[in-house]
Write a protein of this length. Structure first.
Length: 160
């Protein structure tokens, strides 16, 4: 009878081989512990290297690059840091004050012009450096919507 005809014989052979391997490893641990533990450390380091390499098949995170802006050019507003594709873009009267205050008690008409919908047409009027970043804010004039003609400051990354 061959091995392919007797699956129980193959299972017994596998058990014997595994038992022999374990006995050899345990004997190595007793006779030369430095080699035994060094081998374990080597396998652990190899696994860490393989895990840190990762794979290239994960989700791709979109990266928004800052376009160079020019005074007098027309752009649209896009809330690139928002998880909502139609997120509103904050426009303020003073550059650098994007999150510095709560405007919830302001006149609702004025507040509407501080939070503009995506795709609002604007014109760049000037630039302001902030926190060591050149041209971090863009002075804009709103060209469309209910706030047409109003001016303010928006983050440069939101002016596309």
């Amino acid at each position: 009878m061959s091995d392919s005809e007797n699956p129980n014989q193959s299972a017994e052979d596998a058990k014997k081989t595994a038992g022999n391997m374990i006995a050899t490893v345990m004997e190595l641990k007793q006779s030369n512990p430095k080699v035994f533990f060094g081998g374990i450390a080597g396998v652990a380091v190899l696994l860490l290297i393989l895990m840190s390499m990762g794979g290239g098949s994960g989700p791709v995170v979109p990266v928004t690059t800052l376009k160079p802006h020019a005074v007098g050019q027309n752009y649209v507003l896009r809330g690139v840091n928002s998880s909502d594709a139609n997120g509103k873009v904050r426009v303020v009267q003073v550059p650098g004050s994007v999150a510095a205050f709560d405007d919830s008690d302001e006149d609702p008409k004025e507040q509407a012009c501080n939070h503009l919908p995506a795709e609002t047409q604007v014109k760049a009027l000037g630039f302001q450096d902030f926190a060591g970043k050149k041209d971090a804010f863009v002075n804009i004039e709103i060209l469309s919507g209910n706030c047409k003609g109003k001016r303010g400051w928006a983050l440069a990354i939101d002016v596309q």
